[in-house]
Design a protein. Structure first.
Length: 177
C-alpha cells in the first residue's frame, strides 16, 4: 500500500468542474460569522458537486482571506450568491422546485439517518449561525427539519462539520437510489 500522489487522484480542472453536471443540492448559510466555516463549506460542496451555495445576511463572501484559507480555491468552482436573508434564498430555491431541509435541533426534527433523500428530488440545506442556529422565520419555511444525533456533553457541532456530515449523507443516499 502507498498513498496516492496528487496526479493520480484524477481530479477535474476548474474548467471541467464548472462544465460538470452537479447534484441537485444547494446549501444556504444563514448568518454564519466565520469565514473559515464558509470556506470549509465551499470545499466540502466542491467535493460533492453541490449546485450552489447561498451566503445570507452577515455571512462573509469572497474575496475574504479566511474563506481563501479553508476553501483552497473551491470559491472559484462552486456557484454562489449573496442574499439578504435565508428566507430570500429559501424562496428562490422553492420557486425552482427544491425541498427545503433545515439543519437544527427542534421538537419537530428527525434524526439524519431516518431522513429519506432521493436522486429524483432537489434539496436545499439550511445551516444556521454558530451561536443562534437557523433563524426562526427560515425554520418555518422548511419542509423538513433534520438533526444529527449527538451523545456527548456538547449541544451542537461546528457548522462546517455539520455541513460535511449532512452533505455526505444526502450524497450517499442519492447515489444509492
Amino acid at each position: 500500500m502507498r498513498k496516492l500522489k496528487l496526479h493520480e487522484l484524477g481530479r477535474k480542472t476548474v474548467e471541467e468542474f464548472i462544465q460538470t453536471n452537479k447534484f441537485p443540492i444547494r446549501v444556504i448559510l444563514d448568518d454564519i460569522r466565520s469565514g473559515h466555516n464558509v470556506g470549509s463549506v465551499f470545499r466540502t460542496s466542491d467535493a460533492f458537486l453541490v449546485d450552489r451555495v447561498y451566503l445570507c445576511g452577515k455571512t462573509p463572501a469572497p474575496p475574504h482571506v479566511e474563506i481563501y484559507k479553508t476553501a483552497l480555491g473551491a470559491e472559484d468552482t462552486i456557484a454562489w450568491e449573496k442574499c439578504s436573508s435565508a428566507v430570500e434564498a429559501i424562496q428562490r430555491c422553492r420557486q425552482e422546485g427544491y425541498s427545503i431541509i433545515g439543519l437544527e435541533q427542534t421538537t419537530a426534527s428527525i434524526k439524519l439517518h431516518q431522513a429519506i433523500f432521493s436522486k429524483h428530488e432537489k434539496y436545499a440545506l439550511v445551516l444556521g449561525n454558530e451561536v443562534n442556529g437557523v433563524d426562526e422565520n427560515a425554520l418555518k419555511l422548511c419542509d423538513q427539519i433534520v438533526e444529527i444525533p449527538q451523545l456527548g456533553t456538547k449541544h451542537s457541532l461546528n457548522v462546517s462539520v455539520t455541513a460535511g456530515i449532512v452533505l455526505w449523507e444526502v450524497f450517499s443516499k442519492m447515489i444509492k437510489d
